[in-house]
Design a protein around this ligand. Structure first.
Ligand code: SF4
Ligand code: SF4
Length: 447
């Protein structure tokens, strides 16, 4: 007999959080009531492969996790949203689903951002989540493939699937202990192929540029794309505020392509980056943007990295605009502009989806769009750094001391009961070698 209270408790104790990037604690999602649980298997960030790998290797586990989430939420329907190009995985999933009541596969086109929760919910249910609301407002809970896999294996989250792509000798996807550095993983992949390697952590569209490869893998990591520092995408993503504001002000011709292709605008949300760009031209101090058409931007980067024919930065203008409005106390909840969103999807939405193949070309990643097959490593690191902030909510506080021995799966950081967050666990056996407000470091037993 399924015990919801126990499942929710265990999900918190095991430190299960959204593994797709957001890190929202899973126990909160499964403590709610919903009619549909959606598996987000769209994996639309170019070059990342970890969700495809998990579904190829452990389809049964992901479906088990989905069934648990459905039971916990009282949901009668489970939908796995995956791109139709993954034919083999889909045929396996469909085979398994034949004997599962209420679970189906939604085959989606290969466009970006199919994995955006708002887009996925619309594709799967035909319902539009209102601006500023969450999937639960339309009766849905959305969960990443790896999150559900973690729910099914029901033990502390100590390992992570990640893809190392781009300019490494042998791009690959692997399962490794949380807290391992990206540098070690790049070495596992044969090392860098470029002179000045930098990486995008989390995918070319929404990921952040990192130059320090000693940074550790966390529960929300999906992988890195290694590029040379001179790659146009890196230059584009590291453009500073003074630079993008001045280029934006001088070159925007108000063609409005940024708005016309914006996935949230196409869902009827009142986000209009071209108007935000117009405001930046009027800003007398050249740094502040006060324009409420920025508020509903989900930061998908499509406008800056794909839609704008001039290569300008409407996304960054929206981000600045949101921050400037926050200072004035204006937000999605009290904005009349946000409230004026239509409840109607744009009639041309279907024809304005961005094909991932075209996006990859535009990003200058065509040559690097290669397979990153799974390698079974059983990787034994000498040291791991367990970050105390690996989830949305309150960061964990270390509960171990230097010199203390720990076993894989032991709790090394806790979040007070009643606060949003989860504990973090040791990912290897070893001895605590450093503790501070940011991380707990463990030296492996075989170091
Ligand atoms: S930012 Fe680019 S796409 Fe948007 S209106 Fe200006 S020129 Fe057009
Ligand atoms: S980043 Fe651009 S395209 Fe994406 S939601 Fe924001 S305004 Fe729209």
């Amino acid at each position: 007999m399924f015990d919801k209270e126990e499942f929710v408790k265990k999900s918190r104790e095991n430190g299960i959080v959204g593994a797709g990037g957001a890190g929202f604690p899973f126990y909160v999602k499964v403590s709610s009531q919903a009619h549909t649980v959606l598996v987000n298997a769209a994996e639309c960030e170019p070059l990342l492969r970890k969700d495809q790998v998990i579904l190829s290797l452990y389809p049964q586990k992901v479906i088990e996790g989905l069934k648990l989430a459905m039971k916990s939420c009282g949901a009668s329907e489970g939908i796995i949203g995956i791109k139709k190009k993954h034919e083999k995985i889909i045929s396996r999933l469909k085979e398994i689903c034949k004997s599962e009541k209420g679970i189906s596969v939604l085959e989606m086109g290969d466009y970006y951002p199919a994995g955006d929760e708002f887009c996925l919910v619309y594709e799967a249910t035909g319902k539009v989540i209102a601006p500023g609301a969450i999937p639960l407002s339309v009766g849905c809970v959305v969960s990443n493939v790896e999150t559900l896999y973690n729910a099914a294996i029901s033990r502390p989250v100590t390992e992570k699937f990640v893809t190392i792509a781009g300019e490494v000798k042998n791009p690959a996807t692997m399962k490794i202990p949380i807290g391992v550095s990206w540098k070690e993983l790049a070495e596992v992949c044969g090392g860098f192929k470029v002179k000045n390697p930098v990486a995008i952590d989390g995918g070319p569209m929404m990921g952040k540029v990192i130059t320090d490869f000693s940074q550790p893998v966390v529960k929300t990591s999906a992988g890195i794309i290694v590029l040379d520092a001179s790659h146009p995408l890196i230059k584009r993503k590291t453009r500073g505020k003074t630079q993008f504001m001045s280029i934006n002000r001088s070159a925007c011709d108000q063609c409005s392509f940024c708005t016309e292709f914006c996935p949230r605008y196409l869902l009827g949300h009142n986000v209009q980056p071209h108007r935000v760009m117009r405001s930046s031209m009027f800003s007398s101090d050249k740094t502040k943007i006060h324009n409420e058409y920025s508020l509903l931007c989900c930061e998908c980067s499509l406008c800056s990295l794909y839609s704008c024919p001039e290569g300008l930065s409407p996304r960054e203008a929206c981000l600045s605009g949101k921050a400037d409005l926050k200072e004035k106390g204006v937000n999605v909840k009290n904005s009349q502009t946000a409230a004026a969103s239509k409840s109607q999807v744009h009639p041309l939405r279907e024809y304005r989806k961005t094909p991932v193949k075209k996006l990859i070309k535009k990003l200058g990643l065509y040559e690097l769009d290669k397979p990153a097959d799974f390698i079974d490593l059983s990787y034994n690191p000498q040291k791991v750094k367990i970050m105390l902030t690996q989830h949305a909510g309150t960061p964990a506080s270390a509960c171990v001391k230097i010199g203390q021995k720990v076993k894989k799966g032991d709790i090394v950081g806790t979040v007070e009961e009643g606060k949003l967050g989860c504990p973090v666990h040791a990912s290897i056996d070893g001895k605590i070698s450093d503790v501070n407000l940011k991380f707990v470091e463990i030296e492996g037993s075989n170091a």
